[in-house]
Design a protein around this ligand. Sequence first.
Ligand SMILES: Nc1ncnc2c1ncn2[C@@H]1O[C@H](COP(=O)(O)OP(=O)(O)O)[C@@H](O)[C@H]1O
Ligand SMILES: [Mg+2]
Length: 335
Amino acid sequence: MSNSVEQQKRKVFDLKTIEVENVSRIFRISSEKEILALDDVSLHVKEGEVFGLLGPNGAGKTTLIKILATLLLPSKGRAFVAGHDVVKEPAKVRRVINLVSGGETPGYGSITTRENLWFFSQLYGLPKGESMKRIAKLSEDLALQEYLNTRTHKLSTGYRQRLNLARGLINDPKVLFLDEPTLGLDVITAKRIREIVRNRVKNGSGNSILITTHYMVEADQICDRIAIIDRGRMIALGTPAELKKMVSKQTIVSIETQPIDGGMDFMSSIAGVNGYSQTDEPSTGRIKLKVVLNEEGALQNVIHAVSARGRIFEIAKSEPTLEDVYIALVGKGFE
Ligand SMILES: Nc1ncnc2c1ncn2[C@@H]1O[C@H](COP(=O)(O)OP(=O)(O)O)[C@@H](O)[C@H]1O
Ligand SMILES: [Mg+2]
């Protein structure tokens, strides 16, 4: 009886591979200046979950990943990875994790892809046969076979990032941290990486992945749950569907206009406008506005204000996306 209670307890505990409790991180820039990079963040990641940290540049995503990967200490709060305290038991944490960052140069440029993977497999103390098996499997999954004998400084950005990911998976980590893994990559490589991410957590493997991104569509596609962070604070948490439900009572419209003299600041003062974002469309020279409205009636105000300043080419209502959730919460889009 007591045994089964014990087991139950452990099982529940094991379900969470990452636990973040009220974590803050302050960077002291000078005697007068401090940056609060993380402000009282709490979240957990379950076994088998792909969990996304979504936020603009400077939101604190990398800071949180570095704390969990034992590369940086929290200023306040506690965090656990696979049940181990990241501050008190960093060696135990390191044994079960791996970290891949976007845009990093992998390993050593003057040795080949195969030699790099071999080197890292040996750092993890893998037996020879097992190392060769994993290198073969990972090169197949990432379509790296043709490049196994290429010196890595000769690889394109896309293949370099495939190698990075292969290196990140060589120890079959229970928890994998991916920090903007598809940053600046071609469409095909980015797609391949997303597939690998999804496949890794399939079939009850119990592996989990914490991924940061500022690509909303990517977060929507591959994450089971997402925390949206902005200036160090977590402003929303849920499945993509739950997050989009937050804006289901609002009206979202896309408007294509001419570039408008004096910018779009006037938008924030229109009654009924919850927030907006603006993207330049270089191919047409037009501007695409995404506007989140409290109620449909406010659309008239927006059309009136915009058309007084420039020509409107197109207006369309759209289904809520994660971008709209962010706009509704913060009042503007990323950047
Ligand atoms: N080592 C550091 N020293 C000082 N400030 C830092 C350091 N690392 C990050 N920051 C600051 O902390 C904030 C969060 O940064 P970061 O975690 O890198 O954000 P993100 O990864 O979401 O772009 C930013 O304002 C950044 O300038
Ligand atoms: Mg970052």
